[in-house]
Design a protein around this ligand. Structure first.
Ligand code: NAI
Ligand code: MG
Length: 501
Protein backbone atom coordinates (compact mmCIF):
# COMPACT_ATOMS: atom_id res chain seq x y z
CA UNK A 1 0.00 0.00 0.00
CA UNK A 2 3.08 2.20 0.08
CA UNK A 3 2.09 3.47 -3.39
CA UNK A 4 0.15 6.46 -2.09
CA UNK A 5 3.12 7.78 -0.19
CA UNK A 6 5.98 9.99 -1.27
CA UNK A 7 9.55 8.71 -0.89
CA UNK A 8 10.52 10.96 2.04
CA UNK A 9 8.00 9.32 4.35
CA UNK A 10 9.08 8.52 7.89
CA UNK A 11 10.30 4.87 7.95
CA UNK A 12 8.25 3.81 11.00
CA UNK A 13 5.14 5.30 9.43
CA UNK A 14 5.81 3.50 6.14
CA UNK A 15 6.05 0.25 8.10
CA UNK A 16 2.92 1.04 10.13
CA UNK A 17 0.71 1.62 7.12
CA UNK A 18 2.16 -1.20 5.06
CA UNK A 19 0.13 -3.92 6.83
CA UNK A 20 -3.63 -3.86 7.49
CA UNK A 21 -4.11 -2.38 10.95
CA UNK A 22 -6.05 -4.33 13.54
CA UNK A 23 -8.30 -3.13 16.36
CA UNK A 24 -7.41 -3.08 20.06
CA UNK A 25 -9.71 -5.17 22.27
CA UNK A 26 -8.77 -6.30 25.76
CA UNK A 27 -5.07 -5.63 25.19
CA UNK A 28 -4.94 -7.68 21.98
CA UNK A 29 -4.66 -6.53 18.38
CA UNK A 30 -7.39 -8.42 16.56
CA UNK A 31 -9.14 -8.53 13.19
CA UNK A 32 -12.79 -7.58 12.84
CA UNK A 33 -15.16 -10.44 13.68
CA UNK A 34 -16.40 -10.19 10.08
CA UNK A 35 -12.83 -10.25 8.75
CA UNK A 36 -13.61 -7.05 6.83
CA UNK A 37 -11.26 -4.11 6.34
CA UNK A 38 -11.88 -0.61 5.02
CA UNK A 39 -9.55 1.87 3.31
CA UNK A 40 -8.20 5.10 4.70
CA UNK A 41 -7.27 7.53 1.93
CA UNK A 42 -4.49 10.01 1.43
CA UNK A 43 -6.48 13.21 0.77
CA UNK A 44 -3.59 14.83 -1.11
CA UNK A 45 -3.82 12.17 -3.83
CA UNK A 46 -7.13 10.38 -3.34
CA UNK A 47 -5.24 7.07 -3.21
CA UNK A 48 -5.63 4.35 -0.60
CA UNK A 49 -3.18 4.96 2.23
CA UNK A 50 -3.82 1.99 4.50
CA UNK A 51 -6.32 -0.78 5.21
CA UNK A 52 -7.92 -0.99 8.61
CA UNK A 53 -10.04 -3.62 10.38
CA UNK A 54 -13.69 -2.63 10.01
CA UNK A 55 -15.40 -2.80 13.37
CA UNK A 56 -19.13 -3.42 13.60
CA UNK A 57 -21.72 -4.32 16.24
CA UNK A 58 -20.03 -7.59 17.20
CA UNK A 59 -16.63 -5.95 17.68
CA UNK A 60 -18.20 -3.14 19.69
CA UNK A 61 -19.86 -5.80 21.85
CA UNK A 62 -16.54 -7.51 22.50
CA UNK A 63 -14.86 -4.20 23.26
CA UNK A 64 -17.62 -3.12 25.65
CA UNK A 65 -17.40 -6.48 27.44
CA UNK A 66 -13.64 -5.99 27.85
CA UNK A 67 -14.11 -2.44 29.13
CA UNK A 68 -16.83 -3.60 31.53
CA UNK A 69 -14.67 -6.41 32.90
CA UNK A 70 -11.70 -4.02 33.27
CA UNK A 71 -13.90 -1.53 35.10
CA UNK A 72 -15.70 -4.02 37.37
CA UNK A 73 -12.98 -6.54 38.17
CA UNK A 74 -9.65 -5.47 36.70
CA UNK A 75 -6.52 -4.09 38.40
CA UNK A 76 -7.42 -0.62 37.09
CA UNK A 77 -9.96 0.05 39.83
CA UNK A 78 -7.55 -1.07 42.53
CA UNK A 79 -4.78 1.23 41.35
CA UNK A 80 -4.10 4.33 43.37
CA UNK A 81 -4.82 7.71 41.86
CA UNK A 82 -1.09 8.37 41.84
CA UNK A 83 -0.41 5.20 39.84
CA UNK A 84 -3.10 6.21 37.35
CA UNK A 85 -1.58 9.66 37.02
CA UNK A 86 1.88 8.22 36.44
CA UNK A 87 0.61 5.93 33.67
CA UNK A 88 -0.97 8.91 31.90
CA UNK A 89 2.28 10.86 32.32
CA UNK A 90 4.22 7.93 30.89
CA UNK A 91 1.92 7.93 27.87
CA UNK A 92 2.57 11.65 27.40
CA UNK A 93 6.33 10.99 27.41
CA UNK A 94 5.98 8.18 24.87
CA UNK A 95 3.83 10.36 22.64
CA UNK A 96 6.35 13.19 22.85
CA UNK A 97 9.18 10.82 21.94
CA UNK A 98 7.23 9.82 18.82
CA UNK A 99 6.25 13.36 17.80
CA UNK A 100 7.76 13.06 14.35
CA UNK A 101 6.02 9.81 13.59
CA UNK A 102 2.62 11.10 14.73
CA UNK A 103 3.08 14.32 12.76
CA UNK A 104 3.62 12.22 9.60
CA UNK A 105 0.64 9.99 10.33
CA UNK A 106 -1.64 12.98 10.87
CA UNK A 107 -0.40 14.69 7.74
CA UNK A 108 -0.85 11.60 5.59
CA UNK A 109 -4.22 10.52 6.90
CA UNK A 110 -5.86 13.92 7.40
CA UNK A 111 -3.98 16.05 4.85
CA UNK A 112 -2.81 18.76 7.23
CA UNK A 113 0.65 20.28 6.88
CA UNK A 114 3.37 18.23 8.55
CA UNK A 115 4.82 21.36 10.21
CA UNK A 116 1.46 22.20 11.78
CA UNK A 117 0.90 18.69 13.07
CA UNK A 118 4.41 18.79 14.54
CA UNK A 119 3.98 22.25 16.12
CA UNK A 120 0.34 22.09 17.21
CA UNK A 121 -1.50 18.76 17.11
CA UNK A 122 1.11 16.56 18.78
CA UNK A 123 2.39 19.04 21.43
CA UNK A 124 -1.20 19.95 22.40
CA UNK A 125 -1.96 16.26 22.83
CA UNK A 126 1.16 15.73 24.96
CA UNK A 127 0.32 18.75 27.10
CA UNK A 128 -3.27 17.66 27.63
CA UNK A 129 -2.16 14.24 28.86
CA UNK A 130 0.21 15.90 31.35
CA UNK A 131 -2.49 18.26 32.57
CA UNK A 132 -4.89 15.33 33.04
CA UNK A 133 -2.20 13.20 34.71
CA UNK A 134 -2.05 15.87 37.39
CA UNK A 135 -5.79 15.73 37.99
CA UNK A 136 -5.83 12.03 38.84
CA UNK A 137 -4.73 12.76 42.43
CA UNK A 138 -6.94 15.83 42.86
CA UNK A 139 -10.43 14.48 42.35
CA UNK A 140 -11.97 15.11 45.75
CA UNK A 141 -15.36 15.07 47.43
CA UNK A 142 -16.56 17.33 50.25
CA UNK A 143 -17.62 16.96 53.82
CA UNK A 144 -21.05 18.47 54.27
CA UNK A 145 -22.61 19.77 57.51
CA UNK A 146 -26.20 18.49 57.56
CA UNK A 147 -29.00 19.36 59.98
CA UNK A 148 -31.91 16.94 59.25
CA UNK A 149 -34.84 18.78 60.89
CA UNK A 150 -36.91 15.62 61.49
CA UNK A 151 -34.20 13.90 63.64
CA UNK A 152 -33.52 16.55 66.29
CA UNK A 153 -30.35 15.95 68.30
CA UNK A 154 -28.92 13.30 65.96
CA UNK A 155 -25.41 13.75 64.61
CA UNK A 156 -24.22 12.70 61.17
CA UNK A 157 -21.01 12.62 59.20
CA UNK A 158 -21.86 13.30 55.57
CA UNK A 159 -19.47 13.45 52.67
CA UNK A 160 -19.37 13.02 48.91
CA UNK A 161 -17.28 10.69 46.77
CA UNK A 162 -16.44 11.52 43.17
CA UNK A 163 -16.54 8.22 41.34
CA UNK A 164 -15.75 7.33 37.74
CA UNK A 165 -18.87 7.10 35.61
CA UNK A 166 -17.86 3.65 34.32
CA UNK A 167 -17.57 2.34 30.77
CA UNK A 168 -17.35 5.23 28.34
CA UNK A 169 -17.94 5.17 24.58
CA UNK A 170 -16.06 7.89 22.74
CA UNK A 171 -16.75 8.80 19.12
CA UNK A 172 -14.42 11.31 17.49
CA UNK A 173 -14.05 13.19 14.20
CA UNK A 174 -11.28 13.49 11.63
CA UNK A 175 -10.23 17.16 11.84
CA UNK A 176 -7.69 16.65 14.67
CA UNK A 177 -7.55 12.85 14.83
CA UNK A 178 -4.88 12.45 17.52
CA UNK A 179 -5.83 15.50 19.55
CA UNK A 180 -9.51 14.53 19.66
CA UNK A 181 -8.55 11.01 20.80
CA UNK A 182 -6.45 12.49 23.60
CA UNK A 183 -9.06 15.11 24.60
CA UNK A 184 -11.39 12.20 25.13
CA UNK A 185 -9.03 9.61 26.64
CA UNK A 186 -7.15 11.96 29.02
CA UNK A 187 -10.02 12.82 31.38
CA UNK A 188 -11.58 9.33 31.14
CA UNK A 189 -8.30 7.79 32.31
CA UNK A 190 -7.61 10.47 34.95
CA UNK A 191 -10.99 9.76 36.55
CA UNK A 192 -10.61 5.95 36.37
CA UNK A 193 -13.13 5.13 33.65
CA UNK A 194 -12.60 2.49 30.97
CA UNK A 195 -13.06 3.30 27.31
CA UNK A 196 -14.16 2.09 23.91
CA UNK A 197 -12.90 4.65 21.41
CA UNK A 198 -14.18 4.81 17.83
CA UNK A 199 -11.99 6.99 15.61
CA UNK A 200 -13.38 8.59 12.45
CA UNK A 201 -13.38 6.30 9.42
CA UNK A 202 -11.50 8.99 7.43
CA UNK A 203 -8.56 9.11 9.89
CA UNK A 204 -8.18 5.99 12.04
CA UNK A 205 -4.39 5.64 11.93
CA UNK A 206 -3.02 7.89 14.68
CA UNK A 207 -5.50 6.57 17.25
CA UNK A 208 -4.39 3.01 16.44
CA UNK A 209 -0.73 3.96 16.81
CA UNK A 210 -1.64 5.69 20.09
CA UNK A 211 -3.21 2.39 21.17
CA UNK A 212 0.20 0.75 20.79
CA UNK A 213 1.75 3.39 23.04
CA UNK A 214 -1.09 2.93 25.57
CA UNK A 215 -0.20 -0.76 25.83
CA UNK A 216 3.51 0.07 25.97
CA UNK A 217 2.90 2.52 28.82
CA UNK A 218 1.38 -0.34 30.81
CA UNK A 219 -2.34 0.38 31.05
CA UNK A 220 -4.10 -2.85 32.05
CA UNK A 221 -5.87 -4.84 29.33
CA UNK A 222 -9.37 -3.64 28.52
CA UNK A 223 -8.93 -0.14 29.99
CA UNK A 224 -8.65 1.35 26.49
CA UNK A 225 -10.20 -0.45 23.53
CA UNK A 226 -10.05 1.07 20.06
CA UNK A 227 -12.52 -0.04 17.39
CA UNK A 228 -12.23 1.68 14.01
CA UNK A 229 -15.22 1.53 11.69
CA UNK A 230 -18.02 3.53 10.15
CA UNK A 231 -20.39 5.79 12.03
CA UNK A 232 -23.68 4.18 11.03
CA UNK A 233 -22.42 0.73 12.10
CA UNK A 234 -19.69 0.79 14.77
CA UNK A 235 -20.52 4.30 16.01
CA UNK A 236 -24.25 3.69 16.22
CA UNK A 237 -23.72 0.36 18.03
CA UNK A 238 -21.52 2.07 20.61
CA UNK A 239 -23.93 4.96 21.19
CA UNK A 240 -26.84 2.55 21.67
CA UNK A 241 -25.03 -0.10 23.74
CA UNK A 242 -26.89 -0.91 26.94
CA UNK A 243 -23.73 -1.65 28.92
CA UNK A 244 -22.07 1.69 28.16
CA UNK A 245 -22.51 4.22 30.99
CA UNK A 246 -21.63 7.34 29.07
CA UNK A 247 -21.04 8.42 25.49
CA UNK A 248 -18.86 11.36 24.53
CA UNK A 249 -19.16 12.57 20.96
CA UNK A 250 -17.50 15.19 18.79
CA UNK A 251 -18.79 15.76 15.27
CA UNK A 252 -21.76 17.12 13.37
CA UNK A 253 -24.83 18.51 15.13
CA UNK A 254 -26.92 16.17 12.98
CA UNK A 255 -25.19 13.05 14.30
CA UNK A 256 -25.10 14.57 17.81
CA UNK A 257 -28.90 14.43 17.79
CA UNK A 258 -28.80 10.76 16.68
CA UNK A 259 -26.45 10.04 19.59
CA UNK A 260 -28.94 11.58 22.03
CA UNK A 261 -31.71 9.35 20.65
CA UNK A 262 -29.50 6.25 20.75
CA UNK A 263 -28.45 7.01 24.33
CA UNK A 264 -32.07 7.16 25.50
CA UNK A 265 -32.34 3.35 25.58
CA UNK A 266 -30.37 3.01 28.82
CA UNK A 267 -30.24 6.74 29.62
CA UNK A 268 -26.48 6.75 29.46
CA UNK A 269 -24.85 10.10 30.18
CA UNK A 270 -24.10 12.14 27.06
CA UNK A 271 -21.61 14.88 26.30
CA UNK A 272 -21.47 16.51 22.89
CA UNK A 273 -19.08 18.85 21.12
CA UNK A 274 -20.79 19.82 17.87
CA UNK A 275 -20.72 22.34 15.08
CA UNK A 276 -20.31 26.08 15.00
CA UNK A 277 -20.69 29.20 12.88
CA UNK A 278 -18.60 31.47 15.00
CA UNK A 279 -18.76 35.28 14.70
CA UNK A 280 -15.49 37.17 14.55
CA UNK A 281 -16.06 40.90 15.13
CA UNK A 282 -13.50 43.52 14.08
CA UNK A 283 -14.09 47.08 15.36
CA UNK A 284 -12.55 50.13 13.72
CA UNK A 285 -10.54 50.81 16.88
CA UNK A 286 -8.78 47.41 16.67
CA UNK A 287 -5.08 47.05 15.99
CA UNK A 288 -5.63 46.02 12.38
CA UNK A 289 -2.06 44.78 12.03
CA UNK A 290 -2.99 41.91 14.33
CA UNK A 291 -6.74 41.73 13.61
CA UNK A 292 -6.21 41.09 9.87
CA UNK A 293 -3.82 38.13 10.10
CA UNK A 294 -5.72 36.94 13.18
CA UNK A 295 -9.02 36.93 11.29
CA UNK A 296 -7.40 35.12 8.37
CA UNK A 297 -6.03 32.37 10.58
CA UNK A 298 -9.36 32.23 12.47
CA UNK A 299 -10.91 30.76 9.32
CA UNK A 300 -7.99 29.28 7.39
CA UNK A 301 -6.31 27.34 10.22
CA UNK A 302 -6.71 23.61 9.58
CA UNK A 303 -8.33 24.52 6.20
CA UNK A 304 -11.40 25.81 8.04
CA UNK A 305 -12.07 22.31 9.37
CA UNK A 306 -12.44 23.56 12.94
CA UNK A 307 -15.70 23.49 14.84
CA UNK A 308 -14.78 26.92 16.23
CA UNK A 309 -13.63 28.46 12.89
CA UNK A 310 -14.29 32.21 12.67
CA UNK A 311 -16.53 31.82 9.64
CA UNK A 312 -18.75 34.92 10.03
CA UNK A 313 -16.46 37.95 9.88
CA UNK A 314 -18.26 41.16 10.93
CA UNK A 315 -16.27 44.32 10.23
CA UNK A 316 -17.10 47.89 11.24
CA UNK A 317 -17.97 49.73 8.05
CA UNK A 318 -15.24 52.38 8.00
CA UNK A 319 -12.52 49.70 7.98
CA UNK A 320 -14.44 47.09 5.95
CA UNK A 321 -12.51 47.43 2.69
CA UNK A 322 -9.17 47.56 4.44
CA UNK A 323 -9.85 44.42 6.50
CA UNK A 324 -11.38 42.48 3.59
CA UNK A 325 -8.43 43.34 1.35
CA UNK A 326 -6.03 42.44 4.13
CA UNK A 327 -7.66 39.05 4.80
CA UNK A 328 -7.80 38.39 1.03
CA UNK A 329 -4.09 39.20 0.76
CA UNK A 330 -3.38 36.74 3.57
CA UNK A 331 -5.44 34.13 1.68
CA UNK A 332 -3.44 34.72 -1.51
CA UNK A 333 -0.18 34.19 0.37
CA UNK A 334 -1.22 30.76 1.69
CA UNK A 335 0.75 28.01 0.00
CA UNK A 336 -1.71 25.21 -0.77
CA UNK A 337 -0.24 21.75 -1.37
CA UNK A 338 0.38 18.26 -0.08
CA UNK A 339 0.87 18.25 3.69
CA UNK A 340 4.27 16.58 3.32
CA UNK A 341 5.80 19.32 1.15
CA UNK A 342 7.91 21.47 3.45
CA UNK A 343 6.51 24.85 2.37
CA UNK A 344 2.83 23.82 2.48
CA UNK A 345 0.63 25.95 4.74
CA UNK A 346 -2.72 24.51 3.75
CA UNK A 347 -3.31 20.94 2.70
CA UNK A 348 -6.36 19.28 1.12
CA UNK A 349 -9.73 18.81 2.79
CA UNK A 350 -10.04 15.44 4.43
CA UNK A 351 -12.21 13.61 1.89
CA UNK A 352 -13.98 13.66 -1.43
CA UNK A 353 -17.24 14.03 0.51
CA UNK A 354 -16.01 17.15 2.30
CA UNK A 355 -14.68 18.55 -0.98
CA UNK A 356 -18.13 18.13 -2.56
CA UNK A 357 -19.83 19.62 0.47
CA UNK A 358 -17.61 22.72 0.56
CA UNK A 359 -17.78 23.22 -3.23
CA UNK A 360 -21.57 22.89 -2.97
CA UNK A 361 -21.63 25.76 -0.48
CA UNK A 362 -19.38 27.87 -2.72
CA UNK A 363 -21.67 27.31 -5.70
CA UNK A 364 -24.77 28.09 -3.63
CA UNK A 365 -23.25 31.32 -2.29
CA UNK A 366 -22.01 32.53 -5.67
CA UNK A 367 -25.30 31.71 -7.41
CA UNK A 368 -27.24 33.60 -4.75
CA UNK A 369 -25.19 36.73 -5.44
CA UNK A 370 -22.19 36.50 -3.12
CA UNK A 371 -18.89 37.62 -4.61
CA UNK A 372 -15.54 35.92 -4.04
CA UNK A 373 -12.83 38.53 -3.41
CA UNK A 374 -10.38 35.67 -3.50
CA UNK A 375 -10.80 31.94 -4.15
CA UNK A 376 -14.23 30.42 -4.72
CA UNK A 377 -13.24 27.12 -6.33
CA UNK A 378 -11.67 23.74 -6.03
CA UNK A 379 -7.88 23.89 -6.45
CA UNK A 380 -5.58 21.47 -8.30
CA UNK A 381 -6.57 18.49 -10.47
CA UNK A 382 -5.79 15.79 -7.96
CA UNK A 383 -6.59 15.55 -4.26
CA UNK A 384 -9.30 17.36 -2.29
CA UNK A 385 -7.98 20.93 -2.40
CA UNK A 386 -10.07 24.10 -2.13
CA UNK A 387 -8.90 27.70 -2.58
CA UNK A 388 -8.92 29.86 0.55
CA UNK A 389 -12.00 32.00 -0.04
CA UNK A 390 -13.37 35.36 1.15
CA UNK A 391 -17.01 36.04 0.23
CA UNK A 392 -18.67 39.49 0.33
CA UNK A 393 -22.11 40.78 -0.70
CA UNK A 394 -23.80 38.04 1.32
CA UNK A 395 -27.20 38.32 3.04
CA UNK A 396 -28.02 36.97 6.49
CA UNK A 397 -30.40 34.34 5.12
CA UNK A 398 -27.92 32.73 2.71
CA UNK A 399 -26.78 29.18 3.38
CA UNK A 400 -23.14 30.32 3.41
CA UNK A 401 -23.93 32.67 6.30
CA UNK A 402 -26.24 30.34 8.25
CA UNK A 403 -24.70 26.89 7.91
CA UNK A 404 -21.38 25.40 8.94
CA UNK A 405 -19.24 25.04 5.80
CA UNK A 406 -16.23 23.39 7.47
CA UNK A 407 -13.84 24.59 4.80
CA UNK A 408 -11.59 27.61 4.15
CA UNK A 409 -14.49 29.94 3.39
CA UNK A 410 -15.32 33.13 5.31
CA UNK A 411 -18.21 35.52 4.74
CA UNK A 412 -17.22 39.14 5.45
CA UNK A 413 -20.08 41.48 6.40
CA UNK A 414 -20.04 45.17 7.36
CA UNK A 415 -21.80 46.73 10.35
CA UNK A 416 -22.31 50.38 11.20
CA UNK A 417 -23.70 50.56 14.68
CA UNK A 418 -21.76 48.71 17.43
CA UNK A 419 -25.14 48.16 19.19
CA UNK A 420 -26.45 46.08 16.29
CA UNK A 421 -23.59 43.63 16.36
CA UNK A 422 -24.50 41.60 19.44
CA UNK A 423 -27.87 40.39 18.09
CA UNK A 424 -26.32 39.73 14.68
CA UNK A 425 -23.41 37.81 16.18
CA UNK A 426 -25.81 35.80 18.34
CA UNK A 427 -28.19 35.12 15.45
CA UNK A 428 -27.19 31.48 15.03
CA UNK A 429 -28.37 28.09 16.19
CA UNK A 430 -24.75 27.50 17.20
CA UNK A 431 -22.78 28.97 20.10
CA UNK A 432 -19.33 27.48 20.19
CA UNK A 433 -16.92 30.41 19.92
CA UNK A 434 -16.73 34.12 19.13
CA UNK A 435 -14.04 36.75 18.91
CA UNK A 436 -13.76 40.50 19.32
CA UNK A 437 -10.95 42.72 18.08
CA UNK A 438 -10.80 46.17 19.72
CA UNK A 439 -8.50 48.37 21.79
CA UNK A 440 -11.39 49.38 24.05
CA UNK A 441 -11.25 46.96 26.97
CA UNK A 442 -14.66 47.92 28.37
CA UNK A 443 -16.30 47.25 25.02
CA UNK A 444 -14.40 43.96 24.72
CA UNK A 445 -15.55 42.66 28.10
CA UNK A 446 -19.12 43.91 27.66
CA UNK A 447 -19.19 41.96 24.40
CA UNK A 448 -17.66 38.91 26.08
CA UNK A 449 -20.53 38.91 28.55
CA UNK A 450 -23.23 39.24 25.91
CA UNK A 451 -21.98 36.80 23.30
CA UNK A 452 -23.74 33.45 23.59
CA UNK A 453 -20.71 31.25 23.04
CA UNK A 454 -18.67 28.78 25.06
CA UNK A 455 -15.41 30.56 24.24
CA UNK A 456 -14.81 34.26 23.58
CA UNK A 457 -11.42 35.33 22.31
CA UNK A 458 -10.38 38.97 22.65
CA UNK A 459 -7.68 40.17 20.26
CA UNK A 460 -6.72 36.59 19.47
CA UNK A 461 -8.27 33.46 17.95
CA UNK A 462 -7.85 29.68 18.22
CA UNK A 463 -6.02 29.89 21.53
CA UNK A 464 -6.35 26.52 23.25
CA UNK A 465 -4.96 25.22 26.47
CA UNK A 466 -5.59 22.00 28.40
CA UNK A 467 -6.61 24.14 31.38
CA UNK A 468 -9.24 26.18 29.46
CA UNK A 469 -12.71 24.62 29.26
CA UNK A 470 -14.10 24.29 25.74
CA UNK A 471 -17.65 23.53 24.60
CA UNK A 472 -20.83 24.93 23.23
CA UNK A 473 -23.89 26.99 24.00
CA UNK A 474 -27.10 26.23 22.11
CA UNK A 475 -26.80 23.50 19.46
CA UNK A 476 -23.01 23.45 19.69
CA UNK A 477 -23.14 20.88 22.44
CA UNK A 478 -23.52 19.66 25.99
CA UNK A 479 -20.76 19.91 28.57
CA UNK A 480 -17.23 21.27 28.61
CA UNK A 481 -14.07 19.46 27.67
CA UNK A 482 -10.64 20.27 29.15
CA UNK A 483 -10.01 22.31 32.27
CA UNK A 484 -11.38 21.01 35.56
CA UNK A 485 -14.89 21.21 34.08
CA UNK A 486 -14.30 18.04 32.08
CA UNK A 487 -13.97 15.98 35.27
CA UNK A 488 -17.70 16.49 35.80
CA UNK A 489 -18.35 14.65 32.53
CA UNK A 490 -16.49 11.53 33.66
CA UNK A 491 -17.40 11.35 37.35
CA UNK A 492 -20.58 11.12 39.34
CA UNK A 493 -21.17 12.17 42.88
CA UNK A 494 -22.14 9.76 45.63
CA UNK A 495 -23.47 11.15 48.89
CA UNK A 496 -22.49 9.09 51.96
CA UNK A 497 -24.27 9.73 55.24
CA UNK A 498 -23.36 8.09 58.58
CA UNK A 499 -25.29 8.42 61.80
CA UNK A 500 -22.84 8.92 64.65
CA UNK A 501 -23.73 6.98 67.80
P1 NAI B 1 -19.99 13.03 11.49
O1 NAI B 1 -20.68 13.71 12.62
O2 NAI B 1 -20.77 12.09 10.63
O3 NAI B 1 -18.74 12.18 12.05
C1 NAI B 1 -18.12 12.31 13.30
C2 NAI B 1 -17.97 10.95 13.96
O4 NAI B 1 -19.28 10.40 14.18
C3 NAI B 1 -17.24 9.90 13.13
O5 NAI B 1 -16.47 9.08 13.98
C4 NAI B 1 -18.36 9.09 12.52
O6 NAI B 1 -17.99 7.79 12.17
C5 NAI B 1 -19.36 9.09 13.66
N1 NAI B 1 -20.76 8.83 13.27
C6 NAI B 1 -21.38 9.15 12.10
N2 NAI B 1 -22.66 8.74 12.13
C7 NAI B 1 -22.87 8.16 13.33
C8 NAI B 1 -23.98 7.55 13.96
N3 NAI B 1 -25.16 7.44 13.32
N4 NAI B 1 -23.84 7.08 15.20
C9 NAI B 1 -22.68 7.18 15.86
N5 NAI B 1 -21.56 7.73 15.31
C10 NAI B 1 -21.66 8.22 14.07
O7 NAI B 1 -19.34 14.14 10.60
P2 NAI B 1 -18.85 14.04 9.07
O8 NAI B 1 -19.91 13.42 8.23
O9 NAI B 1 -17.53 13.43 9.03
O10 NAI B 1 -18.75 15.58 8.72
C11 NAI B 1 -19.93 16.29 8.37
C12 NAI B 1 -19.94 17.66 8.96
O11 NAI B 1 -19.91 17.57 10.37
C13 NAI B 1 -18.76 18.53 8.61
O12 NAI B 1 -18.92 19.15 7.37
C14 NAI B 1 -18.79 19.51 9.74
O13 NAI B 1 -19.73 20.50 9.47
C15 NAI B 1 -19.25 18.68 10.93
N6 NAI B 1 -18.13 18.22 11.76
C16 NAI B 1 -17.89 18.86 12.94
C17 NAI B 1 -16.82 18.50 13.72
C18 NAI B 1 -16.52 19.16 15.01
O14 NAI B 1 -15.38 19.21 15.40
N7 NAI B 1 -17.51 19.63 15.74
C19 NAI B 1 -15.87 17.47 13.28
C20 NAI B 1 -16.24 16.82 12.06
C21 NAI B 1 -17.32 17.22 11.33
MG1 MG C 1 -7.58 9.18 5.60
Amino acid sequence: MGIAVSPQIHPQVAEFIDKPRKMLINGQWVNAASGKTFPSYNPATGEVLAKVAEGDREDIDRAVRAAREAFDNGPWRRMTASERGRLIWKLSDLLEQHTEEFAYLESLDNGKALGIARAADVPLAVDLLRYMAGWATKIEGNTIPISVPYTPGAKYLAYTLREPVGVVGQIIPWNFPLLMAVWKLGPALATGCTVVLKPAEQTPLSALRLGELIMEAGFPDGVVNIVPGYGETAGAALAAHSDVDKVAFTGSTEVGKLIVHAAAGNLKKVSLELGGKSPNVVFKDADLDTAIPGSASAIFFNHGQCCCAGSRLYIEKSVFDKVVDGVADEAKKIKVGSGLEPDTQMGPLVSEEQLQRVCGYLEAGLSEGAKAVVGGHKAKDRGYFVEPTVLIDTRENMKVVKEEIFGPVVTAMPFTDPEEIIPRANDSTYGLAAAVWTRDISKAHRMAEQLRAGTVWINCYNIFDAALPFGGYKQSGWGREMGHDVLNLYTQTKAVCTKLG
